[in-house]
Write a protein that binds this ligand. Structure first.
Ligand SMILES: Cc1cc2nc3c(=O)[nH]c(=O)nc-3n(C[C@H](O)[C@H](O)[C@H](O)COP(=O)(O)O)c2cc1C
Length: 206
């Protein structure tokens, strides 16, 4: 592996009063204590892409939209992802699905995991995300963090903080250990394939 892996902590909602910033900053602080990977926040607010309106999938042609090109470049720079995800009607937010549709090869052969929040820790959104990520050739990991109803309501409405729920940090540390392992391993694998001059990940029919 040539350089330290880079992992993006992706904020997946954009509304003005979103909760997403709190879990994202919390995770960044925990992750910042590691020296085996670099972490950065990626905020979908900084990539205001229109509803997908390109001529074809980005698996075939690069998007023409400026924000989408920047988004793809950022996804390519990163070696792994943590999606900080809410649950909107038992699924991922529309803005996140749209963003995922705007890139393809940039995601291939990289790992991802999730910090979900909501009534059931966004577990349903995470399961749906796994289906979408499989098509993007992202390996989604077992270990996740779910901020369930008690903690979500506590933090959103009762002035509680992450420090009131220390088991969330316990889960996050295991998740980060796993994510860094997968990120480093797949990065090494991609670099070996590139060094051999072999084909990068290609899209099979369907
Ligand atoms: C359109 C919409 C749909 C929602 N659907 C769900 C849901 O299915 N399950 C759930 O646990 N919370 C749901 N919620 C509540 C969200 O968990 C809560 O508003 C959360 O703060 C949203 O994330 P955000 O603050 O980052 O936007 C929904 C909220 C919105 C705005």
């Amino acid at each position: 592996m040539t350089v330290k892996p880079k992992i993006g902590i992706v904020l997946s909602t954009t509304r003005a009063k979103r909760f997403a910033d709190r879990p994202a900053q919390w995770l960044l602080e925990l992750a910042g204590k590691r020296d085996d990977a670099d972490f950065e926040i990626v905020d979908l607010r900084d990539y205001p892409m229109p509803f997908f309106e390109e001529d074809a999938s980005p698996a075939r042609i690069p998007p023409g939209n400026e924000a989408a090109l920047r988004w793809g470049k950022k996804m390519a720079e990163l070696d792994g992802y943590v999606f900080i995800t809410a649950e909107y009607n038992h699924s991922m937010s529309g803005v996140l699905k749209n963003a995922l549709d705007y890139a393809y090869t940039e995601f291939n052969r990289k790992p991802a995991t999730f910090v979900g929040y909501g009534a059931v820790g966004a577990a349903r959104a995470v399961e749906q995300l796994r289906l979408v990520l499989a098509e993007l050739q992202i390996a989604s990991l077992k270990h996740t963090v779910h901020i369930n109803a008690i903690e979500s309501i506590g933090m959103m409405m009762e002035g509680k903080t992450f420090a009131d729920y220390p088991y969330l940090a316990d889960a996050a540390l295991v998740m980060l250990d796993q994510l860094v392992w997968w990120t480093a391993t797949l990065k090494t694998g991609r670099e070996m394939v590139e060094a051999d001059g072999a084909q990068p990940a290609i899209r099979a029919a369907g």
